[in-house]
Design a protein around this ligand. Structure first.
Ligand SMILES: Cc1cc2nc3c(=O)[nH]c(=O)nc-3n(C[C@H](O)[C@H](O)[C@H](O)COP(=O)(O)OP(=O)(O)OC[C@H]3O[C@@H](n4cnc5c(N)ncnc54)[C@H](O)[C@@H]3O)c2cc1C
Length: 428
């Protein structure tokens, strides 16, 4: 294919910005802007040292599977980023970790991985009800979605209308998705049913969980390969159209002109930088809700269940007074280099505070959530991209109709790159 070489700016270097820079950089001259001092996808990673060990830890730790995340896996494969299966078995407890009410372990069978009850001696009526509802959901939700029975429904509405048990809804689905979507129960309940069903019914139950074998930084370095210029520590203030070109103005006053600009920052940051001539986009982007939360890396074992048989690589703690659960990932179970070392955890939403002397790092994140209104806005935003003279593009995990995850970020990058004439080197 012959593509006329253009000068393109990509603002924001999370996975969406990095992916679009990689795809477009094969044809065009790409300049990437990032306000952090390191590409955004790895801006909060930290170096953990213990004796002779030095390990880069991904913060947050981002996992995926190979059935829902088909484009992410294809991109990683294309770039030579190796992936490996990782154990994200989970335990769910309440009452300050004293009451373990549900848990599963993944058992691997060749390419498949199957969840089983974690601890058969603790199987009770509640865990059996949850397992029965999980099976019912997997059997029937996809069919309901196909028949159009889930259209316009929130996940809460769908589950309650179909009389799933309170334990399944409130003690497994809502906390699990609060962690997957990094948001409050209020936000989970408003997720469109179709989005949650597409995720759960993608075959993930028998796929297990995967991660980039050498962490996010391996992917970041490979994604930067086609990028001509990378400006870190560079905050973009505004993006405006000027005589057939697009201006990128930095907060330090420096300005450059481009043929196209891909805005790959969070939607709530994008609205601050676009001008009046992007009024429709501004209105659509403004409907996307965001929630803030905290991730702490620490070594305090008191945040997970006391008994070894109740512990899992991912440990949920629910507290009725809290608007979201706490989830502690036991990093020693994830990083092979940490096996047999001092305990290390990554806790999202620390409703119990880890002992200060064990804290290695603390970061704050803002994440988009999806509701019926924002889902409609995203669909309209994608239609806006079809305008024949479009030069300003919106890209990000929020910009595709799905849970804002690594996969939607890559899909959004593919969609923008395709509109700009770049060939996508895989099809899934
Ligand atoms: C705690 C947590 C756990 C998660 N776990 C998973 C997981 O297991 N699996 C999964 O698939 N997803 C996970 N996610 C979601 C995933 O991390 C995001 O969906 C994805 O990283 C978003 O990528 P993005 O490129 O769209 O946006 P971002 O990563 O937010 O990138 C936007 C970039 O724009 C930069 N920027 C903003 N404003 C400006 C400006 N004015 N000038 C220059 N640069 C600017 C920002 O600094 C940032 O680097 C998790 C998220 C969190 C918070």
């Amino acid at each position: 294919m012959t593509v006329v070489k253009k000068k393109i700016a990509v603002v924001g270097s999370g996975i969406a910005g990095l992916s679009v820079a990689w795809l477009l950089g094969r044809y065009h001259d790409v300049t990437l802007y990032e306000r952090h001092d390191y590409p955004g996808m790895g801006a909060f990673n930290l170096t953990y040292k213990e004796g002779d060990l030095e390990e880069r830890i991904d913060v947050p730790l981002r996992a995926f599977n190979t059935c829902y995340y088909k484009n992410l896996v294809a991109l990683y494969n294309e770039m030579g980023v190796e992936i490996q299966r990782t154990d994200h078995s989970a335990s769910y407890s309440s009452n300050g970790n004293k009451n373990i009410y549900f848990g599963y372990r993944y058992i691997e069978f060749g390419k498949r991985a199957m969840p089983m009850f974690a601890n058969l001696s603790s199987v009770n009526l509640k865990s059996l009800t949850v397992a029965k509802d999980a099976a019912r959901f997997l059997l029937f939700a996809k069919r309901d979605r196909r028949k159009g029975l889930t259209e316009g429904l929130t996940i809460e509405h769908y589950l309650r209308a179909n009389q799933y048990s309170k334990a399944f809804i409130e003690e497994v689905i809502f906390p699990s998705f609060a962690a997957i979507c990094t948001c409050s129960y209020v936000a989970v309940k408003q997720y469109p049913a179709e989005i949650i069903i597409d995720f759960l019914a993608s075959g993930m139950l028998f796929n297990g969980i995967w991660r980039a074998k050498r962490g996010a930084e391996d992917a970041i370095h490979k994604m930067l390969k086609n990028c001509s210029t990378l400006y870190c520590n560079t905050e973009v203030k505004s993006i405006t159209k000027q005589n057939g070109r697009v201006s990128v103005l930095e907060t330090n006053g420096k300005e450059q002109l481009f043929d196209h600009v891909v805005i790959a920052v969070q939607a709530n940051q994008a609205v601050k930088m676009i001008a009046k001539d992007e009024a429709t986009a501004n209105k659509l982007l403004s409907t996307i809700p965001y929630e803030r939360s905290e991730v702490v890396v620490h070594g305090d074992v008191d945040l997970i269940p006391n008994a070894v048989q109740d512990r899992a690589p991912v440990n949920f703690l629910l507290d009725k007074k809290q608007d979201k659960p706490m989830a502690s990932i036991w990093l020693n179970e994830i990083y092979p280099s940490l096996k047999g070392r001092s305990p290390l955890f990554q806790t999202w939403n620390p409703i119990l505070e880890p002992k200060s002397e064990t804290v290695v790092g603390r970061s704050h994140f803002e994440r988009p959530t999806v509701n019926l209104e924002s889902l409609a806005a995203i669909r309209s935003l994608n239609k806006l991209h079809k305008e024949h003279d479009r030069q300003i593009w919106y890209c990000g995990s929020y910009a595709m109709p799905g849970i804002p995850l690594l996969e939607s970020a890559v899909q959004s990058a593919m969609s923008v790159a395709d509109s700009l004439g770049a060939d996508i080197p895989w099809s899934v």
